[in-house]
Design a protein around this ligand. Structure first.
Ligand code: 5GP
Length: 197
Protein backbone atom coordinates (compact mmCIF):
# COMPACT_ATOMS: atom_id res chain seq x y z
CA UNK A 1 0.00 0.00 0.00
CA UNK A 2 1.25 3.50 -0.72
CA UNK A 3 1.14 6.42 1.75
CA UNK A 4 -2.29 7.62 0.64
CA UNK A 5 -3.87 4.18 0.64
CA UNK A 6 -2.54 3.64 4.16
CA UNK A 7 -4.04 6.92 5.30
CA UNK A 8 -7.43 6.16 3.70
CA UNK A 9 -7.37 2.73 5.33
CA UNK A 10 -6.63 4.29 8.71
CA UNK A 11 -8.82 7.43 8.70
CA UNK A 12 -11.32 7.10 5.84
CA UNK A 13 -14.94 6.35 6.67
CA UNK A 14 -17.18 4.48 4.25
CA UNK A 15 -20.68 5.93 4.10
CA UNK A 16 -23.84 4.61 2.52
CA UNK A 17 -24.38 5.69 -1.09
CA UNK A 18 -20.79 5.04 -2.25
CA UNK A 19 -19.38 8.01 -0.40
CA UNK A 20 -15.94 7.85 1.18
CA UNK A 21 -15.45 10.44 3.90
CA UNK A 22 -11.91 11.70 4.19
CA UNK A 23 -12.61 15.01 5.85
CA UNK A 24 -10.17 14.44 8.71
CA UNK A 25 -7.16 14.75 6.37
CA UNK A 26 -8.17 15.73 2.81
CA UNK A 27 -11.21 17.90 2.31
CA UNK A 28 -12.14 19.59 5.55
CA UNK A 29 -9.21 19.33 7.94
CA UNK A 30 -6.19 19.17 5.65
CA UNK A 31 -2.91 17.36 6.32
CA UNK A 32 -0.38 19.48 4.45
CA UNK A 33 2.48 17.01 4.94
CA UNK A 34 0.32 14.45 3.16
CA UNK A 35 -0.47 17.01 0.42
CA UNK A 36 3.28 17.52 -0.06
CA UNK A 37 3.79 13.79 -0.52
CA UNK A 38 0.96 13.83 -3.06
CA UNK A 39 2.53 16.77 -4.91
CA UNK A 40 5.88 14.97 -5.02
CA UNK A 41 4.27 11.81 -6.29
CA UNK A 42 2.40 13.59 -9.09
CA UNK A 43 5.63 15.36 -10.03
CA UNK A 44 7.31 11.96 -10.31
CA UNK A 45 4.46 10.48 -12.33
CA UNK A 46 4.36 13.44 -14.76
CA UNK A 47 8.16 13.76 -15.00
CA UNK A 48 9.20 15.08 -18.40
CA UNK A 49 5.81 16.64 -19.18
CA UNK A 50 5.79 20.40 -19.68
CA UNK A 51 3.15 21.95 -17.43
CA UNK A 52 2.69 25.69 -16.96
CA UNK A 53 -0.75 25.78 -15.36
CA UNK A 54 -2.73 23.77 -12.85
CA UNK A 55 -6.51 23.71 -13.08
CA UNK A 56 -8.79 22.56 -10.29
CA UNK A 57 -12.36 23.11 -9.13
CA UNK A 58 -13.63 24.66 -5.94
CA UNK A 59 -13.70 23.89 -3.16
CA UNK A 60 -11.84 20.77 -2.12
CA UNK A 61 -9.45 20.65 -5.08
CA UNK A 62 -7.92 24.01 -4.21
CA UNK A 63 -5.80 22.99 -1.21
CA UNK A 64 -4.16 20.01 -2.87
CA UNK A 65 -3.64 21.91 -6.13
CA UNK A 66 -1.90 24.76 -4.29
CA UNK A 67 0.53 22.43 -2.56
CA UNK A 68 1.13 20.50 -5.80
CA UNK A 69 1.86 23.75 -7.62
CA UNK A 70 5.05 24.12 -5.54
CA UNK A 71 6.41 21.01 -7.27
CA UNK A 72 5.40 22.10 -10.78
CA UNK A 73 6.25 25.76 -10.38
CA UNK A 74 2.98 26.69 -12.11
CA UNK A 75 0.08 28.88 -10.99
CA UNK A 76 -3.23 27.40 -9.95
CA UNK A 77 -6.53 28.43 -11.52
CA UNK A 78 -9.72 27.10 -10.00
CA UNK A 79 -13.04 26.73 -11.77
CA UNK A 80 -15.62 28.66 -9.77
CA UNK A 81 -19.08 27.32 -9.17
CA UNK A 82 -21.71 29.84 -10.16
CA UNK A 83 -25.48 29.75 -10.14
CA UNK A 84 -25.67 32.91 -12.19
CA UNK A 85 -27.10 32.59 -15.68
CA UNK A 86 -26.04 35.98 -16.96
CA UNK A 87 -22.38 35.27 -17.35
CA UNK A 88 -20.63 37.69 -19.66
CA UNK A 89 -18.42 36.75 -22.58
CA UNK A 90 -15.21 36.97 -20.57
CA UNK A 91 -15.69 33.52 -19.12
CA UNK A 92 -15.44 29.92 -20.25
CA UNK A 93 -18.49 28.07 -18.92
CA UNK A 94 -19.24 24.38 -18.40
CA UNK A 95 -22.00 22.50 -16.63
CA UNK A 96 -21.06 20.11 -13.83
CA UNK A 97 -23.30 17.77 -11.87
CA UNK A 98 -22.17 17.34 -8.29
CA UNK A 99 -21.85 13.75 -7.12
CA UNK A 100 -22.01 14.61 -3.43
CA UNK A 101 -24.63 17.36 -3.56
CA UNK A 102 -26.74 15.95 -6.42
CA UNK A 103 -27.19 19.33 -8.08
CA UNK A 104 -26.06 21.01 -11.28
CA UNK A 105 -23.67 23.91 -11.22
CA UNK A 106 -22.18 26.06 -13.88
CA UNK A 107 -18.45 26.36 -13.48
CA UNK A 108 -16.60 29.33 -14.88
CA UNK A 109 -13.02 30.30 -15.58
CA UNK A 110 -12.01 33.77 -16.69
CA UNK A 111 -10.56 33.95 -20.21
CA UNK A 112 -7.74 36.01 -18.69
CA UNK A 113 -6.30 32.99 -16.93
CA UNK A 114 -6.43 30.20 -19.51
CA UNK A 115 -5.51 30.32 -23.18
CA UNK A 116 -3.83 28.59 -26.14
CA UNK A 117 -0.33 28.86 -24.63
CA UNK A 118 -1.25 26.82 -21.59
CA UNK A 119 -0.18 23.24 -20.92
CA UNK A 120 -2.51 22.17 -18.18
CA UNK A 121 -2.43 19.63 -15.39
CA UNK A 122 -5.84 19.08 -13.78
CA UNK A 123 -5.73 18.25 -10.07
CA UNK A 124 -8.74 17.14 -8.03
CA UNK A 125 -9.51 15.28 -4.84
CA UNK A 126 -11.96 12.63 -6.11
CA UNK A 127 -12.88 10.98 -9.36
CA UNK A 128 -16.29 9.30 -9.27
CA UNK A 129 -18.44 9.57 -12.39
CA UNK A 130 -16.14 12.09 -13.97
CA UNK A 131 -18.57 15.03 -14.27
CA UNK A 132 -16.23 17.49 -12.60
CA UNK A 133 -13.39 16.37 -14.88
CA UNK A 134 -15.50 16.56 -18.02
CA UNK A 135 -16.40 20.14 -17.09
CA UNK A 136 -12.75 21.10 -16.69
CA UNK A 137 -11.81 19.28 -19.91
CA UNK A 138 -14.50 21.28 -21.73
CA UNK A 139 -13.11 24.54 -20.35
CA UNK A 140 -9.57 23.61 -21.45
CA UNK A 141 -10.91 22.82 -24.95
CA UNK A 142 -12.78 26.15 -25.09
CA UNK A 143 -9.52 27.91 -24.17
CA UNK A 144 -7.57 26.10 -26.91
CA UNK A 145 -5.13 24.97 -24.19
CA UNK A 146 -3.43 21.57 -24.07
CA UNK A 147 -4.46 19.07 -21.41
CA UNK A 148 -1.21 17.34 -20.47
CA UNK A 149 -2.49 15.20 -17.63
CA UNK A 150 -4.88 14.65 -14.77
CA UNK A 151 -3.81 14.02 -11.17
CA UNK A 152 -6.47 12.65 -8.84
CA UNK A 153 -6.03 11.85 -5.16
CA UNK A 154 -8.75 9.20 -4.80
CA UNK A 155 -10.43 7.45 -7.71
CA UNK A 156 -13.46 5.32 -6.98
CA UNK A 157 -12.67 2.62 -9.50
CA UNK A 158 -16.11 1.06 -9.28
CA UNK A 159 -17.67 4.20 -10.76
CA UNK A 160 -17.39 5.00 -14.44
CA UNK A 161 -15.27 8.18 -14.53
CA UNK A 162 -11.79 6.64 -14.58
CA UNK A 163 -12.58 4.19 -17.36
CA UNK A 164 -14.19 6.90 -19.50
CA UNK A 165 -11.28 9.30 -19.06
CA UNK A 166 -8.64 6.60 -19.80
CA UNK A 167 -10.61 5.47 -22.87
CA UNK A 168 -10.48 9.04 -24.15
CA UNK A 169 -6.68 8.69 -24.07
CA UNK A 170 -5.85 11.14 -21.30
CA UNK A 171 -2.88 10.58 -18.98
CA UNK A 172 -4.68 9.99 -15.69
CA UNK A 173 -2.75 9.35 -12.48
CA UNK A 174 -4.84 8.50 -9.45
CA UNK A 175 -2.78 8.07 -6.28
CA UNK A 176 -5.29 5.66 -4.74
CA UNK A 177 -7.89 3.66 -6.61
CA UNK A 178 -10.67 2.19 -4.48
CA UNK A 179 -11.99 -0.93 -6.19
CA UNK A 180 -14.65 -1.67 -3.63
CA UNK A 181 -15.81 -0.46 -0.25
CA UNK A 182 -18.42 -1.62 2.20
CA UNK A 183 -20.34 0.72 4.49
CA UNK A 184 -21.41 -2.14 6.77
CA UNK A 185 -17.91 -3.47 7.50
CA UNK A 186 -15.91 -0.34 6.68
CA UNK A 187 -13.64 -2.46 4.48
CA UNK A 188 -11.85 -0.72 1.59
CA UNK A 189 -10.07 -2.59 -1.21
CA UNK A 190 -7.50 -0.84 -3.40
CA UNK A 191 -6.49 -1.65 -6.96
CA UNK A 192 -2.85 -2.65 -7.04
CA UNK A 193 -0.69 -0.13 -8.85
CA UNK A 194 2.72 -0.52 -10.42
CA UNK A 195 4.81 1.57 -7.99
CA UNK A 196 7.78 1.70 -10.37
CA UNK A 197 5.78 3.46 -13.12
P1 5GP B 1 -17.54 13.22 -10.21
O1 5GP B 1 -17.79 14.52 -10.87
O2 5GP B 1 -16.31 12.50 -10.70
O3 5GP B 1 -18.74 12.30 -10.21
O4 5GP B 1 -17.30 13.53 -8.67
C1 5GP B 1 -16.17 14.27 -8.34
C2 5GP B 1 -16.45 15.26 -7.25
O5 5GP B 1 -17.45 14.81 -6.33
C3 5GP B 1 -15.18 15.47 -6.45
O6 5GP B 1 -14.60 16.70 -6.79
C4 5GP B 1 -15.61 15.40 -5.00
O7 5GP B 1 -15.72 16.71 -4.50
C5 5GP B 1 -16.95 14.76 -5.00
N1 5GP B 1 -16.95 13.33 -4.60
C6 5GP B 1 -17.26 12.28 -5.39
N2 5GP B 1 -17.24 11.14 -4.69
C7 5GP B 1 -16.90 11.47 -3.43
C8 5GP B 1 -16.71 10.69 -2.24
O8 5GP B 1 -16.87 9.45 -2.18
N3 5GP B 1 -16.34 11.37 -1.13
C9 5GP B 1 -16.16 12.72 -1.13
N4 5GP B 1 -15.78 13.27 0.02
N5 5GP B 1 -16.34 13.49 -2.24
C10 5GP B 1 -16.71 12.86 -3.38
Amino acid sequence: MNFLEERIQRDGIVKEGNVLKVDSFLNHQMDIKLFKQMGEEWKRRFEGTYINKILTIEASGIGIACVASEYFDAPVVFAKKSQSINIDGDMYVAEVESFTHKCKNQVIVSKKFLGPDDHVLIIDDFLANGCALQGMISIIAQAGAVLEGIGIAIEKGFQSGGRTIRNLGYHLESLAIVDSMDAATGKINFRSQDESK
